[in-house]
Write a protein that binds this ligand. Structure first.
Ligand SMILES: Cc1cc2nc3c(=O)[nH]c(=O)nc-3n(C[C@H](O)[C@H](O)[C@H](O)COP(=O)(O)OP(=O)(O)OC[C@H]3O[C@@H](n4cnc5c(N)ncnc54)[C@H](O)[C@@H]3O)c2cc1C
Length: 348
């Protein structure tokens, strides 16, 4: 990762997080001639970088591995002058109103300054703690929602693990696939604990959904070729094996936003509120409404999985969100608080 020429002061924009949202935000801005620095607390590429084959991205009919995608995104950024600083884990943000300058302080005390910030710090998925879960990941065990193509899931036995509305939606979608049986494994005593009444009714009305309460997945099972064949669960009646061809795990995710509390408004789960999701009382300016993806702090934007309301956690949705945040940061630089010199590179 080239790290030369990093001045650490007065960037028009610093992007925090180098997953698809952050990279695309940076690339969109750099394409417009804005100098951007991308920082990340660990390796570049975010969650997507850990995937051995991403099959659902426009333009890659054979799929692409996470590391290959990350390399392409970095190469595109380098072409337009994006700079990268890694590892740099942002720990705090300060704002000086007189100069309109943000200071981002890293966990080792090092600081960077800029005029606008894009937060693209993503989430940490909660992983299934079951025997052999890591072995069957992407071989039948998946995190998040199933691909929304019914033909992939017809006439199958499939499982969903989780007790929230996201798990319920996955179960409902799978149950709408012809001839498919769905086993919904929920650790809690009742669906009421975490699902809305309407969703519960849908599940109860679906004849092909078997709701297994107080049920824990203990082990993921497979054959000698490591094809996933099912799970061993423990429920109220003891342990048993359920045969299934795939299991979709929805046991939550935690956004990487603890360090932002007090700086921008977060929802109770830590997702960053922005634009139309901001309560009117949280927006401080009378002169204009927030730009798209702008948080409760003017000049700080958010994109991707860490944003409240960004419910479809995918590479493409995060990428688009990043581009929108980048465009808004550009508008902010033009209209809000910025000296013309910062933009002159665009016309140079
Ligand atoms: C194993 C796996 C496989 C997946 N496969 C697919 C798939 O096939 N198709 C698909 O569409 N989606 C897939 N997804 C989902 C997709 O990868 C995510 O939705 C997407 O990466 C979210 O992008 P993001 O940029 O919002 O956040 P992330 O990708 O989570 O990136 C956030 C980045 O921010 C950094 N960061 C966090 N906090 C800080 C901080 N304080 N300072 C500096 N940096 C910080 C992190 O290190 C990370 O690099 C997969 C996810 C996982 C976990």
């Amino acid at each position: 990762m080239p790290q030369t020429g990093i001045q650490k002061v007065d960037y028009p924009v610093i992007v925090i997080g180098s997953g698809p949202a952050g990279m695309n935000a940076a690339n969109a801005l750099a394409f417009e001639g804005i100098s951007v620095l991308v920082v990340d607390g660990s390796a570049p590429g975010g969650q997507a970088n850990t995937s051995h084959s991403i099959e659902n991205i426009l333009g890659f009919p054979k799929g692409i591995s996470g590391p290959e995608l990350t390399t392409l995104l970095i190469q595109t950024g380098l072409r337009d002058g994006v700079q990268y600083l890694m590892p740099f884990r942002a720990n705090r943000v300060r704002y000086d109103e007189a100069s309109c300058i943000f200071t981002i302080v890293g966990e080792d005390g090092e600081s960077l300054t800029c005029r606008a910030i894009i937060i693209a710090t993503g989430v940490q998925l909660r992983l299934l703690k079951a025997i052999n879960a890591a072995i069957f990941y992407r071989r039948g065990l998946e995190y998040g929602s199933p691909e929304q193509h019914r033909e992939l899931w017809t006439r199958m036995s499939v499982g969903v693990m989780g007790g929230g509305n996201a798990a319920a939606q996955a179960a409902m979608f799978l149950s709408s696939c012809e001839g498919t049986k769905v086993h919904l494994c929920v650790r809690g005593e009742s669906l009421k604990d975490s699902m809305s009444a309407r969703v519960i009714k849908h599940l109860n009305d679906a004849a092909n959904v078997d709701v297994l309460l107080r049920t824990e997945v203990l082990e993921t099972l497979g054959d000698e070729n490591l094809n996933f064949t099912g799970v061993r669960v423990k429920g109220p009646e003891g342990e048993r094996v359920i045969n299934m061809q795939s299991l979709h795990v929805h046991i939550g995710a935690k956004p990487h936003t603890d360090w932002l509390s007090g700086c921008v408004e977060l929802d109770p789960k830590g997702y960053v509120l922005a634009d139309s999701f901001l309560p009117a009382s949280s927006w401080p300016l009378k002169s204009r409404p927030p730009f798209e993806r702008e948080t409760s702090h003017p000049g700080i934007f958010v994109a991707g999985d860490a944003r409240f309301g960004h419910d479809v956690h995918r590479v493409q949705t995060a990428s688009s969100d990043g581009v929108i945040a980048g465009a808004s940061a550009y508008k902010y630089l033009e209209q809000a608080c910025i000296t013309p010199q910062l933009l002159e590179k665009k016309t140079a």
